[in-house]
Design a protein around this ligand. Structure first.
Ligand SMILES: [Fe+2]
Ligand SMILES: [Fe+2]
Length: 207
């Protein structure tokens, strides 16, 4: 697959245009659909999920089983979608560029461990003896994983000439598809992992 490169030097920081061009068509489009920087998009996901873990830990003894299940499901959905866009789009693209196979392999293995814990959480439900512990340990794994992504991987990505807006645009679009298909905002039924796997299978079958 062809690697996308930066098209032009970035414009000055701030609420400027998506690029330096001034044609009416481009300017109109940039106002409504400025592609997000891939690293910003992922960092925001990390922050969102970290806030959800903090909420779970703080309120776990006061929440009803239903509230706990809903929050855990929200966490699992957000993480599953995030992992999916990283595995489908971000990781393969940056693996090609940063020249650190070990770092990328470790990140993929860590995703495997996260998915195993997600499956356990979904399988047992809030009545399970280890439900709270599984959610909290998942939060700790995620914290470690995010530290490596943001501290090492993202640093290496910034040193490449990848077009991070183009990459972020593709990731945002895929994230939107996955979230929409999974019913964002409602507690999804059944296993997030199974539903995601089936969505991914369907999209490959169609496209
Ligand atoms: Fe990741
Ligand atoms: Fe991540």
């Amino acid at each position: 697959m062809a690697t996308q490169r930066k098209k032009a030097p970035a414009r000055a920081k701030g609420k400027g245009r998506a690029n330096g061009r001034t044609s009416g068509r481009a300017a109109g489009r940039s106002r409504t659909a400025r592609p997000p920087n891939a690293l910003v998009l992922l960092r925001r996901d990390h922050e969102e999920v970290s806030a959800m873990f903090a909420k779970f830990e703080k309120r776990k003894d006061r929440m009803t089983s239903q509230q706990k299940a809903a929050l855990a499901e929200e966490i699992c959905t957000a993480l599953s979608v995030h992992a999916q866009i990283e595995e489908e789009i971000f990781y393969p693209t940056v693996r090609h560029e940063i020249g650190d196979e070990d770092l990328m392999d470790e990140a993929e293995v860590e995703h495997g461990s996260l998915k195993e814990l997600i499956a356990k959480i979904e399988g047992e439900g809030p009545a399970g003896d280890l439900f709270d512990a599984h959610v909290i340990v998942l939060g700790e794994y995620v914290k470690h994983h995010v530290k490596e992504e943001q501290g090492e991987m993202f640093k290496k990505v910034r040193a490449t000439d990848l077009d991070l807006s183009e990459l972020g645009g593709r990731m945002k679009a895929r994230k939107g598809e996955l979230m929409a298909a999974m019913g964002k905002g409602k507690p999804p039924r059944g296993s997030v992992g199974r539903r995601l796997a089936s969505l991914v299978r369907d999209s490959f079958a169609i496209g």
